[in-house]
Design a protein around this ligand. Sequence first.
Ligand SMILES: O=c1[nH]cc([C@@H]2O[C@H](COP(=O)(O)O)[C@@H](O)[C@H]2O)c(=O)[nH]1
Ligand SMILES: [Mg+2]
Length: 227
Amino acid sequence: MMYKKVTHVIFDLDGLLIDSEKLYTEAFTNVCAMYGKEFTWELKKNILGFQGHECAEKIIKALNIPTSVEKFMDECRKEYEVVFRNVQLMPGAQKLVEHLHNKGVPLALATSSGQDSVDLKMQNHKDFLKNFHHLTMGTSDPEVTKGKPDPAIFLVCASKFPDKPSPEDCLVFEDAANGVKAACAANMQVVVVPDPRIEPEELKNATLQLKSLEDFQPALFGLPPYD
Ligand SMILES: O=c1[nH]cc([C@@H]2O[C@H](COP(=O)(O)O)[C@@H](O)[C@H]2O)c(=O)[nH]1
Ligand SMILES: [Mg+2]
């Protein structure tokens, strides 16, 4: 078998389980436009999967926007209140997560976001969150000393399962290149479901690349198959 058997699964959130990356893009586009600047894919691809303050820093610097990180983030937060009212789950997310949970596979979330942001984005998906044993939020958790691509978030997340699996026992799902790097650095296998515009070179270390979560076959990693 090409893939190693796992017992625990860790999911990224934005762009992987929920269709929020296009909403972040909408928010950033609007805030940049207030400064007469254009938020492009070239910029987006460099901030994908990073923590909020890192995104703000990179945008301000790249577009030479005359403002502070704090002010820019405040302006973004106002946009988030609007765009995140109706966040949709990604195709296949509910089916896969509920299937694994119902079969007794321990699941967790590891997101670069913070608590406020997760509360806002998941306001209509509270039942969905009950499938996860715990959430590790990079921006809110002091144990996560560095954001992705550092492996800290995945190692901290794995350590919060009661039976303390080793990294090799954990399978990560990601959409972003820096998340793939973080998972590899944590010594975990990683399934990537990327934005199709990401260069293949950036994802070459992923264990498996899929177009959609709907295409995932759990048995490949020794997980219970769909009935
Ligand atoms: O306060 C913020 N939190 C999160 C993001 C976004 O969230 C994504 C990371 O979240 P996750 O690790 O769940 O993919 C990033 O791509 C970024 O677009 C952001 O912009 N601002
Ligand atoms: Mg993501």
